[in-house]
Design a binder for this molecule. Structure first.
Ligand code: NAD
Length: 456
């Protein structure tokens, strides 16, 4: 038996012992996770900085702080979430009591990507623990400092029959995917999502897939352009564009394009100064492979901002490219880097038709002052979730569930949705022995007319 198989066996035994099920135990674990984050904030921040020079402010705001916020929310609401949900009976089952129990699946496998290496690993863990599961975590091999720190810290704060971190790449993932987990929560690319789902299908393991896609960002002629530009520049260049819900491309009304580009340039300058390479507030590309994948995309269209690169440090400046067509290479796959292509649309129907030609995106943003424009996109484009007049911000509200649709994934989490994702809904009907209506029992002769009066 491999080490992983032995660890999984231990987790299964722990789960079956019932130890993880009491609400007080779950809360204790959530508090421990919060303690881990608070006591090791600096070490974790340093680790992410070593991995891709992520600014400490962003590490707290988009990773550690976000997870602490989710833990606090779960601690406050868990008593309510775990309660059996009472539902009415149906006429054919009168009288009976009906309710839905929220039952943990058991042992959960969480596979996470590199781009928000703390948040995307620990937010699912909050859901798994709140729902009473044990968890195996496989963080990304592309952030070795953060994954190593998480592995060391988890081992210090949690028994391994409750939470285990297994470091490694594809081989480790593949070994874990061949094992008998009760739930798989995967965040990563659509390509690997398909591999995960195939493996899960072989054992009929339920999955949540949080995947990627090309997120459109539409700006119409009624938008307040200066504020729009700031919010777009922030959402695109935070984490150096390596955000699953970053605006992938701009689709703008031609009448305001020049003015918007002017404001975008100003916004980028105010974020990162004259030379973003010198800014402490700007991240690097995660590795050479992604650097090599991204740099040719700068050649598309006409460069209006940035374009500078430094292969030695995986630096790509915040870059804007104009006069892009739908057929350009930059429009074929998720950009996932600090390159913002600009396209134009002549009318809203054309914009929607073009967006619909691509797979359904994880997010969509519309900048407009017109309610009808907002409504038109919301009603006519299928996408995971999004924002009107902002970018990325919807992720920071745990009252909004977060997830994709189509090739950007399925299932959702954040807030109560995380608890629900890691819980099986066990529906129960309870009857008494006092009443036993005979209509369902054979012989059926003469009973059809009664049955038909029920289902008229
Ligand atoms: P990835 O799919 O390459 O890797 C994700 C995880 O899967 C890593 O832990 C990796 O080790 C593992 N993995 C890689 N190849 C595998 C294989 N063949 N078999 C099994 N496991 C394998 O993704 P990434 O490059 O780390 O992250 C970027 C992608 O993730 C982007 O497409 C982005 O949009 C997406 N993403 C989505 C969300 C979301 O919430 N929907 C969040 C962040 C990133």
């Amino acid at each position: 038996m491999s080490d992983y198989a032995e660890l999984l066996k231990q987790q299964k035994e722990n789960f079956l012992s019932g130890a993880t099920k009491s609400v007080s135990y779950r809360k204790e674990q959530l508090k421990k996770l919060k303690q881990l984050l608070k006591e090791n904030e600096e070490a974790l921040t340093d680790a992410v900085h070593m991995d891709f020079k992520k600014p400490p402010f962003e590490t707290f705001g988009t990773e550690i702080g976000l997870v602490i916020g989710e833990i606090n929310y779960a601690l406050k609401n868990l008593d309510e979430w775990v309660k059996p949900e009472k539902v009415p009976t149906s006429i054919v089952n009168f009288p009976s009591d009906n309710y839905i129990l929220k039952e943990p699946y058991g042992t959960a496998l969480i596979i996470s990507p590199w781009n928000y290496p703390i948040q995307l690993t620990l937010l699912p863990l909050v859901g798994a623990l709140a729902a009473g599961n044990t968890a195996f975590i496989k963080p990304s091999e592309l952030t070795p400092h953060t994954s190593g720190a998480l592995s060391d810290l988890m081992a210090l704060y949690f028994p391994q029959d409750l939470v285990t971190v297994t470091e490694g790449g594809v081989e480790t993932s593949s070994e874990l995917l061949a094992m008998d987990f009760d739930y798989i929560f995967f965040t990563g690319s659509t390509r690997v999502g398909k591999i995960i789902m195939q493996s899960a299908a072989a054992r009929l393991i339920p999955v949540t897939l949080e995947l990627g896609g090309k997120t459109p960002c539409i700006v119409d002629e009624t938008a307040e352009l200066e504020i729009s530009a700031k919010r777009i520049a922030w959402g695109k260049f935070v984490n150096a564009g390596q955000t699953c819900v970053a605006p992938d491309y701009l689709l703008v009304h031609p009448s305001i394009k020049e003015e918007l580009v002017g404001y975008l340039k100003t916004a980028v300058h105010s974020l990162y100064g004259d030379d973003p390479e010198q800014s402490e507030d700007y991240s690097r590309i995660i590795d050479q492979n992604h650097f090599q994948r991204l740099t040719p995309l700068i050649e598309n269209g006409d460069l209006v901002l940035g374009g500078q690169t430094n292969a030695a440090t995986n630096y790509i400046a915040p870059t804007i490219i104009d006069n892009i067509t739908w057929d350009d290479p930059v429009m074929q796959d998720e950009v996932f880097g600090p390159i913002l292509p600009i396209l134009t649309y002549s009318d809203l129907q054309e914009a929607v038709t073009q967006i619909r030609k691509a797979p359904r995106p994880l997010a969509l943003y519309v900048f407009t002052s017109e309610d009808d424009t907002e409504k038109f996109f919301l009603e006519n484009v299928s996408f995971g979730g999004g924002a009107i007049n902002d970018t990325i911000a919807h992720l920071g509200n745990h009252h909004l569930s977060f997830g994709g649709v189509g090739t950007s994934g399925f299932g959702s989490y954040h807030g109560k949705a995380s608890f629900d994702s890691f819980s099986h809904q066990k529906s129960i009907m309870k009857k008494n022995f006092l009443v036993d209506i005979p209509i369902r029992y054979a012989p059926y002769e003469g009973k059809m007319k009664w049955l038909k009066t029920i289902f008229r």
